[in-house]
Design a protein. Sequence first.
Length: 210
Amino acid sequence: TALAQVLLAPPTVSQEPSLQDSLTLKDCVDMALRNNADIINARYNVDIQDMAVQTAKGQLLPSISTNYNANKAINGPRTTGSIIDPATGQVISALGQSQISGSQGVGTSLSMRVYDANTLSNIAASRAFFRATEQRLLNTKLTTIQTVKRQFFQALQAEKLLDLNRESVRTAEESLRRAQTMYEIGSAPVSEVLTERSDLESRRVTVITQ
C-alpha cells in the first residue's frame, strides 16, 4: 500500500506514488459509503421499518373470506303398509324405498374497517419510526463522509510533511559532506563534523517516524 511504501522507504530520495495519485477523495468517500458497516446496518433498519409501515397499512385493507359446505342424508326404508303374501297366504309388511337427500353451499363475505383508532395509531407510529431510521441513515452517512475527509486530508498533510523532512535529510547530507571536506583540508574542527553527523541521524529518525 502507499502507506507501507512511505514507512519502509529509505531516507534518501525515492519516487513512490503519492497518496493522491492512488485514491482521490471521491474514491475514498464512495468506498466508505458502500462498505461502512454502520451504513449497511442503517440501510437494513430502514428496509425493516418500511415493511412495518406496509404491514400496519394492510390492516385497513378489505378482507375477503369464503366458505363451502356439503351434506348428504339417507332416510328409510320405511314400512308403507301390510299385504298378503300369495305364496303363503300370510299378512306381511311392505317396505318402501330409501330416500337420499343432500345439499351444498358456497358463501363469500367482504369486510372492511371504516375506522379503527388503534390501527391508525399503529400506522402513525410506524411512519414516525421509519422517518427516524431514515434520519439515522443520513446522519451515519454524513458522519462517515466527514471522517473520511478529515482522515484523507490528514494523510495528505502527513505526506507533505514527510517530503519536507526528506528534503531536510538531503540538506543535512550536503552539510555533512561539506563539513567533512573542510575538516580534511584542515579548515574545520572534527566537532563540526560530529555535529553535522548527529543532526543528519536525527533528521533520518524523524523521517522514519513520519
